[in-house]
Design a protein around this ligand. Structure first.
Ligand SMILES: [Zn+2]
Length: 183
């Protein structure tokens, strides 16, 4: 994607986020750009129909309200997207949607620096080493919290979660459908 279009897209995608958290996401983009990287935001907002389709296709574990489907009511019958999550692709990668673990580690750490959560720690199977409470998951979450990109990459090389490009607001469920959030 050419640079101008990437920047325009990021601006448009940022406008689909919940305004109370938009600056945190914008700061992740700035962090990565300051490292010479070219993050591309995608799939920030989905309406209910799109979310149900993702679920049917097995691309999401959520059939109803999720971090991508939140809206703010603007008046009778009127609403605007106010997502709690986005996906951050590597626009310089051969396949931007599959950028490799160095990117995933940098993204997870940039997200943590801005109080956001990365989907790279999530497992789809209860048997996975990334299931909650398992040592590998704990080590990965600790390395991300410590902003240790090298260690995060090393742990991701052993096992990585199913939603590597997804970042979201910590505890977004508390804010679902809430307009006036003081983050
Ligand atoms: Zn997502």
């Amino acid at each position: 994607m050419i640079e101008l279009l990437r920047q325009r897209r990021n601006k448009n995608e940022l406008a689909l986020l919940h305004p109370a958290f938009m600056l945190q996401f914008a700061s992740v983009v700035r962090d990565l750009e300051a490292q010479g990287l070219r993050p591309r935001l995608q799939e920030t907002y989905r309406n209910d129909t799109e979310q149900k389709k993702k679920f049917r296709e097995g691309k999401s574990q959520i059939s109803g309200a999720g971090p991508h489907t939140n809206v703010i009511l603007m008046g009778p019958g009127k609403s605007r997207p106010a997502s709690f999550a986005t996906h951050v692709l590597d626009d310089s990668a051969k396949n931007p949607a599959d950028p490799g673990n160095l990117w995933v580690a940098r993204l997870a750490v940039a997200a943590a620096r801005n109080r956001l959560v990365s989907g790279c720690v999530w497992s789809q199977s209860p048997k996975s080493v990334l299931a909650p409470g398992k040592p590998h998951r704990i080590a990965l979450e600790t390395a991300i919290a410590a902003l240790d990109e090298g260690l995060v990459k090393q742990l991701l090389d052993e096992a990585r979660g199913f939603d590597i490009l997804h970042i979201e607001v910590r505890g977004w469920k508390r804010f679902y459908g809430v307009e006036d959030v003081h983050a």
